[in-house]
Every structure is written in structure tokens, then in C-alpha cells.
Design a protein around this ligand. Structure first.
Ligand code: S3P
Length: 176
């Protein structure tokens, strides 16, 4: 299969973007990159520390800058972006203008809360939430605000109760 366009995976934190990007990279033999990992390498700090030391506004600024780098790079064909990336600055326009193939990995609130509760310490936006019911409320509101941006995708893939293999195959089938 020849794919000329870049593939972008978006979705809420915990929706499996970077895992599916890796799997797609293997199956399609295309290089992948995760925007958060790229930012951490470039800044030599974890995302948590960038938020702590320099604040979210700084993070959003560099997120925009590094997204441009990746979209303009010929090296990477599959890009997984952060849960907030499409919702800030002109990021979603940058992606759509370049005619990338955008997949929204859509998970429901229960799936997301289950996955995120155990690893919330790594994620600055939810690290202070103590109880799962509060996390669910937070995610519901947040998804409501972000949905508008997520739905600019070309394809919506429902990921609940599906294996990584099934999800990646679903994406590949939509490419052909
Ligand atoms: C964020 C999601 C994170 C990371 C940062 C902010 C968000 O990425 O970019 O913590 O605003 O939803 P993941 O979606 O990869 O966890």
C-alpha cells in the first residue's frame, strides 16, 4: 500500500494514540513519532516537569512549534499527538491544511477513567484528582469541550473493548 500523506492520531489522554501509532508503524513499515516524546527529548525534561517549571502556556507554545517541525519533516509519516494538541493555537488547522489523514481514537468516559486513574501521576492535568468519580466528571466536561476539535478528523475509530490489533487493522482498512 502506498501512502503519500502523513497519518495523525488524535484523541483524549489514555485513548491509545502512541500504542496504535507504533503498531501502525510496524504494520505499514512507516516511521512514527509521538509529539510528547519528541518534546521531552528536545527540552530534555518530562512533560510533567515542563508544566511544573514553565507552566502550561509555555508547554502549549512549544507544542505548537514542535508540531510544525514534525509536520514539515519528511522522516515521520505517522504522528501521535497529545490529547490537547488539536484544541490549542492553530494546531488543528496546521494538520488539516497539510491534508494529513486524521484518525480520532474515541474512547468513552469509563474506559478513559479506568485507564487514566492508575497512571494519572504522569499527567499534569489530572494528577491532583484523588477519586475516580471526580476524574470521570473532569473527563466528561473536558471531552465535551474538546469534541469539536477531535471531530475535525477524517475518521472516528471507537476503541472501547477492542484489541490494539483490531484498532490498527481498522485504521489500515480505512486507508485502502
Ligand atoms: C495533554 C495530554 C498529554 C500531554 C499533556 C497535555 C492534554 O498527552 O500532551 O499532558 O492536554 O490532554 P497524552 O494525550 O499523550 O497523554
Amino acid at each position: 500500500m502506498i501512502i503519500n500523506k502523513k497519518i495523525v492520531l488524535l484523541g483524549y489522554m489514555g485513548s491509545g494514540k502512541s500504542t496504535i501509532a507504533k503498531l501502525l508503524s510496524k504494520k505499514l513499515d512507516l516511521m512514527n513519532v509521538d509529539l510528547d516524546n519528541y518534546i521531552e527529548k528536545k527540552e530534555n525534561k518530562s512533560i510533567g516537569n515542563i508544566f511544573k517549571i514553565s507552566g502550561e502556556l509555555y508547554f502549549r507554545r512549544i507544542e505548537n512549534k514542535y508540531l510544525k517541525d514534525l509536520l514539515d519533516s519528511d522522516n515521520y509519516k505517522i504522528i501521535s499527538i497529545g490529547g490537547g494538541t488539536p484544541c490549542y493555537s492553530d494546531n488543528i488547522e496546521l494538520i488539516t491544511e497539510r491534508k494529513c489523514i486524521i484518525f480520532y481514537l474515541r474512547a468513552n468516559v469509563d474506559t478513559l477513567a479506568d485507564r487514566l486513574f492508575s497512571e494519572k501521576d504522569k499527567r499534569p492535568l489530572i494528577s491532583r484528582i484523588k477519586f475516580k468519580k471526580d476524574l470521570k466528571t473532569f473527563i466528561s466536561k473536558h471531552l465535551f469541550e474538546r469534541n469539536h476539535f477531535y471531530l475535525k478528523s477524517n475518521f472516528v475509530i471507537d476503541v472501547d473493548k477492542k484489541t490494539e490489533n483490531e484498532i490498527s487493522n481498522e485504521c489500515i482498512n480505512l486507508l485502502s
